[in-house]
Design a protein around this ligand. Sequence first.
Ligand SMILES: [Zn+2]
Length: 538
Amino acid sequence: MNAHQRLLRSLAASPRLSEWAAATRVLDGRPFDLRGHRYLRKIYDDTQPLLVIRKAAQMGASEYAISRALHFCITHGGTCIYYFPTDNDVGEFSRARFGPAVRASRYFSALVRDTDTAGYKQIGPKGAIYFRGTNSRIRMKSVPADFLVFDEVNEMLPASVELARKRLGHSKWGWELEVSTPSLPEYGIDAAYLATDQQSYLLACPGCGGYHCLEDEFLEHHGDPADPRTEICFVKGEPGRETLVCLGCGHALDPADGRWVARYPSRPRRGYHVTKFISSVVSQAEKSDGCHTKPAALLKLWRETKFPGEFFNSELGLPYLGAEGGLTEAELLALAGKYGRPPKGKACVMGVDQGNGLHVVIKEPHDDRGIVLTILVHHEPQTDPTFSHLDHLMETYDVRYCVIDALPNTHAARAFAKRFPGRVWCAYYGGTQKGAATWGFDAESTRMVTVNRTEALDAWRDAYKLKKRRIPRVEDEVTEYVRQMTNVLRKIEEDRETGQKKAVWVQRGPDHFAHADSYAEIALRRQSLGLVRGSLLG
Ligand SMILES: [Zn+2]
């Protein structure tokens, strides 16, 4: 037995995942270590068979999951199925991460063998890993498993996850690891975490000796979506060099100096919550934005984000539910200005909803503070086959970006769009794409935008909740505009077959002005993309 073989044998027996990973894994050309990720050490060395990690984005949890899977296969000789949401994710992972990770390490090169079966690797003498999308059409009915890893479980259908669990039926180990960024409260990874002992990484204060749970403090001070969001309670210091501070005594906190504490120590399942506030890794992009510490970068993001939900999920690792319901009349009346309808406008955006004629909302571009004024609301009860009465609004208010509902009169909407090339987009509600809007052309080369209805209405609602919008003096048609703006309500629906939960907006009365307003918001977004006004041939 040579030295390398001896190393393999001794490592294979090493029970500590952190030591094993440090000795065997190579990341980005360097031996793996936990510097900058001290919070991961306890997670690495946790030998609990059932583990849940509710996490912010990019906190090293996926690397951990793959380390644990390999270690399991080598030390236990069992079979692991490593699930991603889709087969595409599997391909991407194999090409960009797993392949290079194996090639970079002499240890793994000797132990991992490719097979003829796609996404199936033999690991050591007895172990095996299957990489699969939960939506996979590759048949693998007969494969039993000893360890299931669900990477980004919140993007998987709950029914698929349940089905996958049946593979553990005959295993003497029956291990499970769920890792994900959360989305909605009590759904997916959040529901799984809530059923565990709920460990949080508490930071120690050298000043007063207290311990701090940053996510609890954040929720306590900033949990309201209407929060003005100019500060984070525990982030203080010189701009760009802010650090974490103790809310008790003001002493600086070291994000690396903490300990894991369980909220419910007697529960058998182990769960970890990982927030970005305990990371000390500052990216190049963050540095070039003038942020020299992680808290400074997070504070900047918090001040600037238009999507508080995204901040909660990806930075804090917390679930987020925007204020239930939609906008209230009181909220809108508080945003009413003293101005009426101006006779003309400059560089405006326009949204048009079809149904019971046409409903039109025109807004001025952002001012320096990001405030946008609605300057015209209009109901046109009768329409003609080409929507010709919209033309004078386009001219009078110098509309540069208009988004119009494409249905039901698609022909008329197209005719209107063709009269104003590069300035009008026909909108279709899609709903499955990521992000609120996707821009392109339809089969007849008319500009179109596909809108994720929920995301678009969420962003629409948030703009008002954050007090970034103003509406005209409430008189005439504005009265009806206000009423219709409160007729869309947000709620959570559960799919009875799959158990998947998602947010939807439903109407409780006429809501044309709300959609026209949301279309104007999408036009505004197009404007702020900073794109030059479409091609002249458009
Ligand atoms: Zn203190």
